[in-house]
Design a protein around this ligand. Structure first.
Ligand code: M7G
Length: 321
């Protein structure tokens, strides 16, 4: 996959060409309205030289906002054009070695930008770099501590309903099974710019609204889970040419958004949240539920939480940490 074929690159470009699909601004020329031009920076929440990302908190027109900037990977299919059309400034030369600053033309030098506005305090905490702690949550802890917290404080899932009701991102959907019980919508995660397969990232969002997370699953959900696994993998193979053996398919526990969804990421990509402390492989989930219908409602599940996460405070108050 690293050596992406020219035809695949074209398919990605073609397929991602129209997909800006936000609820507000559908059909708008993005160049006419730049929400970030009025952004005033307050503080950097997180940055990573290795990942080439910067998370900034600030304001847009007096509203709290978070802007995420990410330098995107250099694409194999644009290398020739980049080397031919860029300007080069020599930094140093020594024997057979030389280094330069290359200034690429604007269209080959994009920065993926995500804007969250208005952002809540919870969004700020989500992106702030913080110390993390592992929590061990028993089935009883879930009922007594986590469930009341989720009901009162979790992130809005309006964006999920917008997708399911085709009010946003409708043009980005790559597959849908409309069945109200076992159906789902499969579309690119907003972390993926769809320019290359290396960091392929899609999410399958279930149509039913009564499953918050892994904890709610029983053997009754096996048809739903198997459907997502089979049809999701099939659709990704058909659309992107990526076979199931190259996909990591998993659920997060805890998720950020409590409406059941499944992550599909490229095996080559070290996706954020794909570590053992948060990701549960869908194939393991299916097998565990086949062995024990109450597996996820009863067992202790371990997950990481950031230092000032409100749920972590609740576990502390209950003397569980
Ligand atoms: P999660 O496991 O609930 O939480 O996954 P996480 O964000 O901490 O991983 C939700 C997934 O949905 C993440 O991979 C997000 O990047 C993705 N996502 C979040 N939002 C708000 C959107 C959105 O508006 N559109 C799309 N396509 N993906 C989103």
């Amino acid at each position: 996959m690293a050596a992406m074929q020219e035809s695949e690159a074209k398919r990605l470009r073609r397929d991602s060409g129209t997909g800006n699909g936000a609820a507000a601004g559908e059909g708008e020329d993005p160049a006419l309205h730049s929400p970030v031009s009025g952004f005033t920076t307050e503080r950097v929440l997180r940055d990573s030289a290795r990942e080439k990302t910067l998370f900034v908190h600030g304001k847009i027109d007096d509203q709290e906002a978070i802007v995420i900037l990410e330098k995107t990977p250099i694409r194999q299919d644009t290398v020739d054009e980049m080397l031919k059309t860029s300007t080069l400034k020599l930094e140093m030369k020594n024997d057979i070695y030389s280094t330069y600053q290359l200034q690429a033309p604007a269209h080959l030098n994009e920065i993926k930008t995500t804007v969250i506005c208005p952002a809540t305090e919870k969004h700020v905490k989500k992106y702030l770099r913080q110390e993390t702690f592992l929590i061990e949550e028993s089935g009883d802890d879930y009922t007594a501590i986590t469930l009341p917290y989720i009901s009162s404080q979790s992130f809005s899932v309006q964006w999920v309903y917008n997708i399911l009701e085709k009010k946003a991102e409708a043009d980005r959907i790559i597959f849908e099974d409309p069945d109200p019980n076992i159906g789902f919508v499969l579309l690119p995660d907003f972390k993926w710019d769809q320019k290359q397969l290396h960091d392929l990232y899609l999410i399958a969002i279930v149509h039913r609204k009564d499953r918050k997370s892994l904890r709610d699953l029983t053997s009754d959900d096996l048809p739903l889970l198997k459907n997502i696994q089979e049809k999701g993998q099939e659709a990704i193979k058909k659309q992107y040419g990526v076979p199931p053996s190259k996909l990591r398919v998993y659920l997060h526990y805890q998720p950020s958004y409590y409406h059941l969804h499944v992550h599909f990421t490229s095996l080559e990509y070290d996706a954020p949240g794909s570590g053992v402390e948060r990701a549960h492989l869908l194939s393991d989930v299916i097998q565990n539920l086949q062995a024990d219908s109450q597996y996820y409602s009863s067992r202790t599940i371990t997950f990481p939480l950031c230092a000032d996460n409100a749920l972590l405070l609740r576990f502390k108050e209950a003397g569980k940490l």
